[in-house]
Design a binder for this molecule. Structure first.
Ligand SMILES: Cc1cc2nc3c(=O)[nH]c(=O)nc-3n(C[C@H](O)[C@H](O)[C@H](O)COP(=O)(O)OP(=O)(O)OC[C@H]3O[C@@H](n4cnc5c(N)ncnc54)[C@H](O)[C@@H]3O)c2cc1C
Length: 660
């Protein structure tokens, strides 16, 4: 009896707890809005987003993205999917769409803004749990000749090439869409280059310069094959419906090997490069192939002889799919989203932002490692896109100069590209020839990381005002700086607009510093005044003499800063992609290492391509632009060639693919 009472007591406590929890959930879920439609503002990957949100008295009933600048094929996935998830769950606690985190955050920010306007409780809506469908008991299998893991450029090209050679291909992509990062790629020759008056690359000169740059740490066979195959890239892509053009303005600083060429880019007027490759990928359906997005490969399957025979993958709802395949190609890209892994190449210094995919966590490298694959080249990282630290969104409502780039973006990305500024480290010491490092973005990344992750750009108010009123040309810059669209940022002949508003705003945010004197500036930035003052004195003397005996900067960029006020802006660098990983043979076969016999041996049935593989670089990205994208394409084609030979018993040769 005593026991029964005790049990009843426990049950009633549990019941109370359940009810209480229910009340908490109910309290979270219950919302009161002032009905109507409100316009919320958020900031996605490419700036401002306007979102109309309609409310009834107690629910969000409609979300309409009225304007945005998000990239087709990437940010647009969030625009298609997120409003429905928010409405279905009446929650702002939804996860970002994996391939479109910035756009997702922009939408959520705008909806939060609208909720506030409608008198709703943002925090309560964030706490509402999103219903998760659990299908973990579901297990399906499918058969293919080739399973490609990863739908970036290398995986997409591998799938297209393998299908062209007769294989049935299943491509698994972890993110919500397939995608291509970076539209510009190197070609050693192309009809477009010739039509634009360029001679083909001088292979001997270029190859030797490339290998010297890597101190022969790069695998010469991979480099040589990549160069050779790159000549066919334009034709291959055009045959698959891509529209390309030759970029003539490529390396404004001229940092390519002798004998090098400019790059080719996808024509963006009608379709982005992402849409073009996604369209080309549809061709795999002709051989019974298919693309599955939101499908994360989690394991490679081996038979009893160690031959790779398939892939196990999982959908977000927990359901499992197994692809039985005769060959598997890993094309999962780098591990740029794993900062701890990246930091191993920089003595523990972490980059401050990931400019690549959030889904690039090195899954393919880890899965291959599990099968004993060797790794190589993980010291090389594409650490580019230097930028100022701060929240620039508020300034992206303002036009700047030519109207092509908003004020906030221009300031954030172009100030680090100005050769007439003065760069110091956290103690206030000058650290480099500012022109040399900002014209070569490999150097920029390295110097920022060598200083612990941040450098500081010193400018006088006078210099800033000149920039705002007249443009960078008035500060002796004669060439726009940066690759691709960044080329538009360092506007020369027109003033950039109200840059002082941005500069002072950053000071208010606590991410930039201001002082009427150099000593005051140092105090504000937590630097030793005597060191920063000595740095500026030496620099000003060099400017007056027209000779930089410290770091040898060109005289035209030695512009003295005799008068305050002064500003210091904090600069960091984003990681675009890692460049090392799985050890592959010339034929893109994944290899393990026999350290006793000192040989590399193939893991049968397993291939890899693109930035999840190592071997193309030394300890840094090549001093030529567009190499990573170019290699992603050529290595994808090579992996496909030998994966098809393995699966179908054919005898194709990667260097002869052009004639197939
Ligand atoms: C913003 C930006 C601009 C760039 N610009 C250039 C440029 O102009 N020129 C140039 O040469 N290089 C550029 N790069 C470098 C670029 O990353 C490479 O050129 C190229 O995109 C690498 O292609 P990839 O297919 O190897 O990898 P990725 O493009 O990273 O593709 C890998 C794919 O695998 C998926 N994946 C990961 N894990 C799994 C899993 N477990 N299961 C299923 N799928 C998975 C990922 O979601 C991703 O879609 C740029 C990079 C960035 C980030």
């Amino acid at each position: 009896m005593k026991g029964a009472n005790k049990m009843r007591k426990v049950l009633s406590i549990i019941l109370c707890l359940v009810l209480l929890m229910g009340m908490v959930v109910f309290a979270h879920a219950e919302q009161r809005f002032t009905p109507g439609t409100y316009t919320g503002i958020g900031y996605g990957h490419n700036g401002r987003m306007e979102v109309e949100v309609t409310f009834s008295e107690d629910a969000i009933t409609d979300i309409n993205i009225v304007s945005h600048n998000e990239t087709a094929g990437i940010g647009e996935v969030a625009i298609e999917q997120l409003p429905g998830i928010i409405i279905d769950n009446q929650s702002l606690g939804v996860d970002a769409i994996s391939s479109a985190t910035d756009a997702s955050h922009g939408i959520l920010q705008a909806v939060e803004d609208a909720v506030t306007q409608a008198g709703g409780d943002v925090e309560a809506l964030k706490a509402v749990e999103v219903k998760k469908v659990d299908n973990s008991a579901s297990f399906t299998t499918m058969d293919a000749d080739i399973c490609v893991i990863g739908g970036g450029v290398s995986g997409s090209i591998a799938a297209i090439q393998a299908s062209d050679l007769g294989a049935k291909v299943v491509l698994l992509e972890k993110a919500a869409s397939t995608g291509v990062r970076g539209g510009a790629f190197f070609c050693a020759d192309s009809h477009l280059a010739r039509e634009a008056g360029f001679e083909p690359v001088d292979m001997e000169v270029f190859f030797k310069a490339y290998m010297e740059d890597t101190s022969w740490r790069a695998d010469g066979t991979l480099v040589r094959d990549w160069l050779e195959m790159s000549k066919d890239t334009v034709d291959f892509l055009e045959e698959h419906g891509c529209q390309l053009y030759k970029t003539l303005e490529t390396y404004s600083g001229g940092h390519s090997y002798p004998g090098g060429l400019g790059m080719t880019q996808y024509e963006t007027a009608e379709r982005t490069e992402i849409e073009q490759i996604a369209d080309a990928l549809k061709s795999i359906e002709a051989n019974g192939g298919a693309v599955y997005c939101d499908t994360c490969a989690t394991a490679l399957l081996q038979d009893e002889n160690g031959v790779v025979v398939g892939v196990r993958a999982v959908h977000p709802d927990g359901s499992i799919v197994q692809v039985n395949a005769k060959s598997v190609i890993i094309a999962t890209g780098g591990y740029n989203a794993d900062f701890e892994w990246i930091s191993k190449s920089y003595n523990g210094v972490m980059p401050t932002a990931n400019f690549g995919l959030a889904s690039n966590l090195g899954d393919g490298i880890i899965m291959a490692r599990g099968l004993g694959a060797a790794e190589v080249g993980e010291q090389a990282v594409m650490l580019r896109m230097p930028r100022l630290v701060g929240d620039f969104n508020a300034y992206n409502d303002f036009d700047s100069g030519d109207g092509r780039v908003k004020l906030g973006k221009r300031f954030q990305y172009a100030v680090p590209l100005l050769p007439m500024t003065l760069w110091v480290n956290s103690t206030g010491e000058r650290i480099c020839d500012e022109e040399e490092v900002c014209y070569n973005r490999n150097y920029t990344g390295n110097i920022v990381m060598s200083q612990g992750g941040y450098v500081y750009v010193l400018m006088s108010e006078k210099m800033l005002k000149t920039l705002g009123e007249e443009g960078a040309g008035a500060l002796n810059m004669t060439q726009p700086q940066g690759m691709g669209y960044i080329n538009n940022y360092t506007l020369l002949e027109q003033g950039w607009g109200d840059v002082m508003m941005v500069a002072d705003g950053l000071v208010e945010q606590g991410v930039a510093y201001k002082g009427n004197t150099i000593e005051e500036l140092a105090e504000a930035a937590g630097m030793k005044p005597e060191i920063l003052a000595a740095t500026l004195k030496t620099y000003n003397e060099a400017c007056a003499a027209g000779e930089d005996t410290s770091f040898f900067k060109k005289p035209e960029f030695l512009i003295g800063m005799e008068e305050g006020p002064y500003y210091l802006f904090t600069e960091n660098v984003c990681v675009l992609t890692s460049l090392g990983g799985i050890h592959v043979s010339r034929y893109m076969e994944v290899q393990s290492m026999d350290s006793e016999a000192r040989t590399y041996n193939e893991i049968p049935g397993l291939y890899a391509c693109g930035t999840c593989t190592g071997g193309l670089y030394g300890d840094h990205y090549a001093n030529a632009e567009g190499v990573a994208h170019s290699y992603a394409i050529t290595s994808g084609r090579t992996a496909a060639c030998y994966a098809v030979n393995n699966a179908l018993g054919t005898n194709y040769n990667h260097l002869e693919l052009a004639s197939q």
